[in-house]
Write a protein that binds this ligand. Structure first.
Ligand SMILES: NC(=O)C1=CN([C@@H]2O[C@H](COP(=O)(O)OP(=O)(O)OC[C@H]3O[C@@H](n4cnc5c(N)ncnc54)[C@H](OP(=O)(O)O)[C@@H]3O)[C@@H](O)[C@H]2O)[C@@H](O)CC1
Ligand SMILES: Nc1ncnc2c1ncn2[C@@H]1O[C@H](COP(=O)(O)OP(=O)(O)O)[C@@H](O)[C@H]1O
Ligand SMILES: [K+]
Length: 504
């Protein structure tokens, strides 16, 4: 699914209104109905406080107030005089508001509000029409509301957040628990500096015409379950006469003294993600735990006791190579990596210390085989590509890096994003904060390597792997409503995540 800019969304709104038999006021009604449907399905609360502006986002808010009132909910409205202009559809919805709903006008002179603690606070002040940062009494009002303990829901986008522009530092933004957004998530909701303000995102379909969307140029996409399923199922069902050789032989180069766990996690993930055969190149110090924890894996041993060195092993039979989890930065390990980059015949996944070694030897980036996959977390990416002032600059750096070195760059975190050498960015919707525990990335590197070994293209292996990893993380988190999950808990759910992707 495309992540359009605010101006493209407005254009799509207009095209829908002019080509579909629907007026703008009816489109607003649809949007409000979808919000109310979501609220009734997800919350049992009786009281609602609506903060409405004077643009179309405010119009949505006033329509939501009416529809909630019609459902027997206790509703009160604060109408915020942010501008002398009132949009036509907002005015119509103001006139449609039942008299029983108390409405208070808030402006610079009168900006006191009291919201009962049990009331859900709905933000319909500004939508994608925000044209400048919030200032003065409006900014103060939002700060005051942000400090209240009430459950908060933003309509379309939290007020004060730009949809797709760099957010000025120190901006005041409504801090939502949930954002009910129309048609698609907006770019800034998926980026670390602004995304926290959106809370959990629910995308509501309001029937904007998809055929016009197809024509709109766009480099940003959100991975959808359907797309990932269709890619994953390209190599399913497994043939009846399949054998272990059918699904590729993976090599994982992982581990060092004190980091043997990384190789175990990556190895287990690689096996569960379906590699036919697995070999690990490890230092002898990790030998016994690995043989015990992962008896399915074959081992090649480094000639150095505690780290990996360049021993001129023959890697020609491997279909995919994952390198980096827990390998450390020993100079001989660095020589090994350089040699691997020069001789690699199979697609490569570079994670963790393989990336840190590259950051220490930037000349070697030119040795990266075309279409290699790099999986940095933000700190690792900063070491590779330099620091950034804001999320949009980080996005540009990620895109430029992938294009310059003709590689795939996964920038990990919430809404992990994948940059392709062609300049596209895919955001991943699965995963959750309970996954912020050490070793999660090792599991992911093992999964992606296994998918490459099975013959998926680097782009598809990466997208499927990231989506399935997050899905397994969601299943593990939901099972126990856990605040934190371990990589081992995620591994238990991995077969279920892949099973979900196997059915249409
Ligand atoms: N048919 C449709 O199109 C549909 C649209 N839908 C809804 O419309 C929303 C977009 O509506 P919108 O374009 O009217 O803009 P909106 O965000 O309400 O605000 C504009 C107003 O705010 C003002 N303003 C801006 N910044 C300000 C600031 N910092 N401080 C103070 N004022 C500021 C600005 O004033 P101005 O910049 O002109 O001074 C103007 O008055 C969209 O998010 C969705 O919720 C749905 O109903 C589906 C159908
Ligand atoms: N808040 C979050 N939401 C979604 N996914 C997360 C979150 N925090 C961490 N993850 C995922 O967990 C993994 C962490 O990887 P990484 O930082 O490399 O871990 P490690 O180096 O400990 O193995 C990434 O795939 C990341 O996307
Ligand atoms: K809003």
């Amino acid at each position: 699914m495309k992540i359009l800019s605010a101006s493209q969304i407005r254009e799509l709104d207009k095209l829908t209104i002019s080509h579909k038999p629907i007026s703008s006021i009816d489109l607003m009604e649809t949007a409000a109905c979808e919000c109310v449907k979501w609220i009734l399905q997800n919350l049992s609360t009786q009281n609602f406080t609506i903060l409405a502006g004077r643009g179309n986002n405010g119009g949505d808010g006033l329509a939501i107030a009416r529809l909630l009132h019609n459902q027997g909910k206790e509703v009160e409205v604060f109408w915020i005089e942010n501008s002398p202009q009132i949009s036509i559809d907002c005015q119509i919805n103001h006139e449609r508001l039942p008299k029983e709903i108390p409405i208070t006008l808030l402006n610079a002179q009168n900006c006191n509000l009291h919201i009962p603690a049990e009331s859900v606070c709905i933000d319909a002040i500004f939508g994608v029409g925000l044209s400048r940062p919030l200032e003065g009494w409006l900014a103060d009002l939002l700060k005051k509301i942000n400090n209240l303990p009430n459950l908060k829901i933003a309509i379309d986008i939290p007020s004060g957040m730009y949809a797709d522009q760099p957010q000025p530092a120190e901006s005041t933004i409504f801090r939502a628990n949930y954002t009910l957004t129309f048609h698609q998530a907006k770019l800034n909701m998926l980026l670390p500096q602004t995304g926290n303000f959106a809370g959990k995102i629910a995308v509501l379909d309001i029937g904007l015409l998809k055929e016009y969307e197809r024509e709109m140029p766009c480099n940003y996409f959100l991975l959808s379950e359907n797309l990932v399923k269709s890619w994953y199922q390209e190599r399913l069902p497994r043939p009846i006469f399949a054998h272990k050789g059918t699904f590729g032989h993976s090599l994982l180069v992982a581990g060092s003294l004190g980091k043997g766990g990384a190789s175990i996690l990556a190895a287990k993930a690689c096996l569960l993600a379906g590699t036919g055969l697995l070999t690990l190149l490890v230092p002898p110090c990790n030998y016994s735990p690995l043989q015990t924890a992962v008896p399915e894996a074959m081992l090649l041993l480094s000639s150095a006791q505690n780290y990996i060195r360049n021993d001129n092993h023959d890697f020609s039979s491997f279909k995919a190579v994952g390198v980096g989890c827990g390998i450390g930065l020993h100079e001989e390990t660095q020589v090994f990596l350089k040699n691997l980059l020069q001789k690699a015949q199979a697609p490569l996944v570079l994670d963790a210390d393989a990336l840190n070694i590259l950051a220490q030897n930037p000349d070697w980036l030119s040795l990266l085989p075309v279409n290699s996959i790099l999986t940095p977390h933000p700190k690792e990416f900063e070491r590779l590509a330099g620091s950034w002032q804001n999320d949009h600059e980080a996005l540009e750096k990620q895109t430029a890096f992938a294009q310059k070195y003709h590689c795939f760059v996964l920038f990990k975190g919430a809404y992990s994003r994948i940059a392709t050498p062609q300049g596209k960015i895919f955001f991943n919707p699965t995963g959750n904060p309970a996954m912020a525990t050490g070793g999660m990335g090792d599991v992911l590197a093992g999964i992606i390597t296994a998918l490459l070994a099975q013959g998926y293209s680097p782009e598809k292996a990466l997208c499927i792997g990231v989506y399935a990893h997050g899905l397994a993380g969601d299943l593990a988190q939901q099972k126990r409503n856990a605040i934190a999950i371990t990589p081992t808990m995620l591994l238990e759910e991995l077969p279920i995540a892949f099973a979900k992707l196997s059915v249409s």
